[in-house]
Design a protein. Structure first.
Length: 512
C-alpha cells in the first residue's frame, strides 16, 4: 500500500514538471521579445567568434532556433526551451546518482518552480546554455569519480568548454572541482592522474575563439566583464565606460530572496548548512560534492554583494548542486523537528509549490495582456505594434521623397535591437547612439561597419517621451517637428506610448 502511495506521488511530481515545461513553451510563443532578447538576436545576425558582453553560445542557440522556426518569438526562444528540458533531465539524473530517485525528482521539480529558474525558456539569455552545460559538466565529473571512468573526464572538459562559451561564470567550475577532489579522500587519487588536467586543457581549446576575439579587440570583453562589472574600472575602449553602482548587502539579499522565493531560499540555505556540517564531519562524498560545487561561486558573490549590486541570475549556477540535496535535507529537518514545526513546514512547502507557479502564470498573463491596475511591464509590451507603425512611417517617407530611408532608436541599444527584430529588414535599422549622443551602444559599436548614406531620410523612435528635436536638427537638414505618437493599448487603455519623428537628409557627422 505504501509503495503504491509513493509511486503515485512520483507520478504527480512528473506530471507537475511536464505541465510547467508546457507552460514555458506557451509563454515563449506568446509574449514579445524583451530588449535584452532582441539584443541577443542581433548577436545571431552578426556572426563572430565572440561578443562584447558575452561569449557566442547564446548567438548559436538563437541562430539554430530561427533557422528551424523562422524569425519569430518562439524561433528565438526554442533553443533555450530545449536546453531547459535537457537541464531538467540532468538535474534529475544528478539527484538519483548522488542521493535517490526521489531526490532527483524533487530537484527537477524545484528547478521548474523556483522563479529565478522558471524564467529560462520563457526568455532566452546566456544563462540558459550556461546552466545546461554547468549541469552536464558536474554530471560527467560525477560519472568519472563514482564509476571510475577516466574517459568521462574528457567529456566533462568538453562540457566545461561549452559552458565557458556560454558565460564567463562557468570558470567557477574549475575551483569547485579542484576543492572537491582535495577535500574528498575517496577521490583524491584523481589529482595524481592526467585526465582532469587534460580535460581542463580541452576546455581551453574549445574556449579559444573567445580568447582570439578578445586578442583582436584589445581584450574588450574581458575588460568589460572583469574590469567594469567586478572592479568598477574604466573600459579601455573610449565610450564603453559605465558607472559602477554601489549597493548594500541587504539589498542584494533581498534580490536573491525575491528571485528564488523565501521558502525555497530557506531550503537552499538548509542544504548548504547540512552539506557544510557533514563535510566538516567528513561523512560522505555526496555532501562534499554539494558543498564544493556551490561554495566558490556563492561565497564570491556574497562577498562581492557587500559593496556592489549582484544581479539575481549571477549566483544561480551555484544553487544547482544544493537542489539535488534539497529533498534529503528537508527530510532530515522534519526528522529533527517537533510535530507543530513539521505541520508548519509542510504547509509552507505546499503553499510555495502551488503559489510560485500561479504567480508565474499571472506574470506571463500580465506581460501578454496586462492585468488591470498593475503597472505595465514595459520590457515585453508594445514592440510588435511599434514595428508595424515604424514600417508605415518609413513607407510613407519613401513614397513621398523616393529616397533611401533608415530607422534608428534614440536610446543606447534597446529600441534599436527591438526594431531590428520587429521590422522586415534589419539592415535598414542603425544605432546612432554614438553619433547623436556620444553614448556607447555595446555590441552595435562593433557591428555597425555600415553607416547610413549621407542624404538619406530616417525615422527616429523614442520610448515614453518625445525625441529631442533640437538634437536631431544637428544631424539632419530638416526634421519634422510634428511628432507621431504610437499608443500601445491593452484592454481599451493606453499603457505606454512610443514617439516617432521623420528626419530628412542625413548629414553623417559625429556628435557635438
Amino acid at each position: 500500500m505504501g509503495q503504491f502511495r509513493w509511486r503515485g506521488q512520483d507520478r504527480r511530481i512528473v506530471w507537475g514538471i511536464v505541465l510547467l515545461l508546457l507552460l514555458r513553451f506557451v509563454s515563449a510563443a506568446t509574449i514579445n521579445l524583451s530588449p535584452q532578447e532582441a539584443y541577443y538576436w542581433n548577436y545571431s545576425i552578426h556572426p563572430d567568434l565572440s561578443y562584447l558582453d558575452h561569449p557566442p553560445m547564446v548567438a548559436w542557440v538563437i541562430r539554430a532556433g530561427t533557422l528551424l522556426l523562422g524569425k519569430s518569438e518562439i524561433g528565438v526562444r526554442i533553443g533555450g526551451l530545449w536546453l531547459v528540458v535537457v537541464s531538467t533531465l540532468l538535474i534529475n539524473a544528478l539527484g538519483r546518482l548522488w542521493f535517490s530517485r526521489r531526490a532527483g525528482l524533487w530537484a527537477a521539480l524545484l528547478f521548474q518552480v523556483i522563479p529565478a529558474y522558471s524564467i529560462y525558456g520563457v526568455i532566452i539569455t546566456p544563462d540558459a546554455p550556461l546552466i545546461c552545460f554547468w549541469l552536464l559538466t558536474i554530471y560527467l565529473v560525477s560519472i568519472a569519480v563514482l564509476k571510475d571512468r577516466p574517459s568521462a573526464w574528457y567529456c566533462a572538459g568538453a562540457a566545461l568548454g561549452f559552458a565557458m562559451l556560454s558565460k564567463y561564470t562557468a570558470l567557477f567550475l574549475v575551483p569547485s572541482a579542484l576543492l572537491f577532489l582535495i577535500a574528498d579522500r575517496a577521490h583524491r587519487k584523481w589529482l595524481l592522474r592526467k585526465e582532469p588536467y587534460l580535460a581542463f586543457f580541452l576546455s581551453l581549446v574549445i574556449f579559444s575563439p573567445v580568447i582570439l576575439w578578445n586578442y583582436q579587440h584589445q581584450w574588450a570583453s574581458f575588460a568589460f566583464q572583469f574590469g567594469r562589472r567586478l572592479l568598477g574600472e574604466d573600459h579601455p575602449i573610449p565610450g564603453l565606460e559605465i558607472s559602477h553602482a554601489r549597493h548594500s548587502l541587504i539589498e542584494s539579499l533581498g534580490i536573491q530572496l525575491g528571485a528564488i522565493f523565501p521558502t525555497f531560499f530557506a531550503v537552499l540555505v538548509l542544504s548548504f548548512a547540512v552539506a557544510l556540517y557533514f563535510t566538516i564531519k567528513d561523512q560522505g562524498s555526496r555532501w562534499k560534492f554539494c558543498l564544493f560545487f556551490s561554495f566558490p561561486i556563492l561565497v564570491f558573490f556574497a562577498v562581492y554583494s557587500i559593496g556592489s549590486k549582484v544581479n539575481a541570475n549571477w549566483p544561480l549556477p551555484g544553487y544547482l548542486a544544493l537542489l539535488i540535496a534539497a529533498h534529503t535535507c528537508y527530510r532530515y529537518l522534519r526528522f529533527k523537528s517537533g510535530q507543530r514545526f513539521k505541520i508548519a513546514q509542510r504547509k509552507m512547502l505546499v503553499f510555495s509549490l502551488y503559489g510560485s507557479p500561479v504567480l508565474c502564470v499571472l506574470l506571463v498573463f500580465h506581460m501578454a495582456l496586462v492585468i488591470p491596475f498593475v503597472p505595465v511591464n514595459e520590457s515585453f509590451t508594445g514592440w510588435r505594434e511599434l514595428g508595424k507603425a515604424v514600417e508605415r512611417e518609413k513607407a510613407t517617407i519613401e513614397t513621398e521623397k523616393d529616397k533611401t530611408t533608415f530607422i534608428f532608436g534614440m536610446d543606447r541599444y534597446n529600441i534599436t535591437s527591438e526594431l531590428a527584430f520587429y521590422t522586415q529588414d534589419f539592415e535598414d535599422v542603425f544605432s546612432l547612439s554614438r553619433k547623436l549622443q556620444g553614448k556607447n551602444a555595446l555590441g552595435f559599436e562593433f557591428w555597425d561597419s555600415r553607416v547610413p548614406l549621407p542624404g538619406s531620410n530616417a525615422v527616429a523612435v523614442n520610448a515614453d517621451f518625445p525625441p529631442d528635436i533640437a538634437l536631431l536638427q544637428q544631424h539632419f537638414m530638416r526634421v519634422d517637428e510634428q511628432v507621431t505618437v504610437v499608443p500601445i493599448v491593452r484592454r481599451g487603455k493606453i499603457v505606454r506610448r512610443f514617439y516617432v519623428v521623420r528626419c530628412y537628409d542625413y548629414l553623417n557627422q559625429t556628435a557635438r
